[in-house]
Design a protein around this ligand. Structure first.
Ligand SMILES: Nc1ncnc2c1ncn2[C@@H]1O[C@H](COP(=O)(O)OP(=O)(O)O)[C@@H](O)[C@H]1O
Ligand SMILES: Nc1ccn([C@H]2C[C@H](O)[C@@H](COP(=O)(O)OP(=O)(O)O)O2)c(=O)n1
Length: 219
């Protein structure tokens, strides 16, 4: 059993700003941070590198169980190799969305995610942080924005990093991923009854961060 520590669970769709907001909130509170999507992305990259079919549940679940990953000072090392940028590619996001629908793959990652819950606290972002991984989290946020705004954000993010990107393709990818992540049988993306809705379509990052801090501090 993990010790009970304060947990802020932030779930929501692709490119809504979950990771950005979660990371800043974690810094401000001095809490640990879990980017659960990165684990699904790492499993997807491992499966692709091994030439696995993305519906080969048993093989991919085994790879998920034995994932050799280190999070070090903002870098993500997969079997010693720096894959921080590689796993952010949209094709890896799409593959992560596919393998994340496989129940055995999700099971294989459950304990690894719960192990991030250490004192003094944790901010975790993903799709099922408040529903499945940390159902007793004190603060649950469903962070979203319109698909168009999210596509713009992802587009700017990719261009800023020097990648080529096409806004229409990104919008289509985001819509496809929304449907896949929300309609799967296991741990679908859905606002939980006990999660606060935070629509950031017309909101700055600073205001979104303050909303989460206020929710946690009971203001
Ligand atoms: N409220 C906001 N207003 C404007 N841009 C934002 C906002 N929130 C996040 N962003 C930007 O949108 C992009 C995607 O955010 P990210 O945190 O990676 O999303 P997610 O983790 O939900 O996929 C980033 O470049 C981030 O700086
Ligand atoms: N807790 C989680 C986190 C991510 N996933 C899946 C579904 C998502 O489409 C992929 C990639 O997640 P990630 O949060 O990295 O994606 P975005 O940055 O939001 O585009 O992984 C999940 O099923 N459960």
């Amino acid at each position: 059993m993990n010790e009970p520590v304060p947990i802020i669970a932030i779930d929501g769709p692709s490119a809504s700003g979950k990771g950005t907001v979660a990371q800043i909130v974690a810094q401000k509170l001095g809490f640990h941070f879990l980017d659960s999507g990165s684990l699904y992305r790492l499993v997807a990259l491992t499966a692709i590198n091994a030439g696995c079919a993305l519906d080969d549940e048993i093989t991919i679940a085994e790879k998920a169980k034995s994932l050799d990953v280190k999070f070090e000072q903002g870098k993500i090392l997969l079997t010693g190799e720096d894959v921080t940028e590689t796993i952010r590619q949209e094709r890896i996001g799409t593959s992560a969305s596919k393998i994340s629908a496989l129940p055995k793959v999700r099971d294989a990652l459950t304990q690894r995610q719960r192990d991030f819950a250490k004192a003094p606290g944790l901010v975790a972002d993903g799709r099922d942080m408040g529903s499945v991984i940390f159902p007793t989290a004190q603060t649950k946020i469903f962070l979203t924005a319109s698909a168009e705004v999210r596509a713009e954000r992802r587009y700017k993010q990719l261009i800023t990093k020097g990648n080529s990107a096409n806004l229409d393709d990104i919008l289509k990818d985001i819509r496809d991923r929304d449907v896949r992540d929300s309609s799967r049988a296991v741990a679908p993306l859905k606002q939980q009854a006990d999660a606060l809705l935070l629509d950031t379509s017309d909101m700055t990052i600073e205001t979104a961060v303050q909303f989460v801090l206020d929710a946690y501090l009971g203001k």
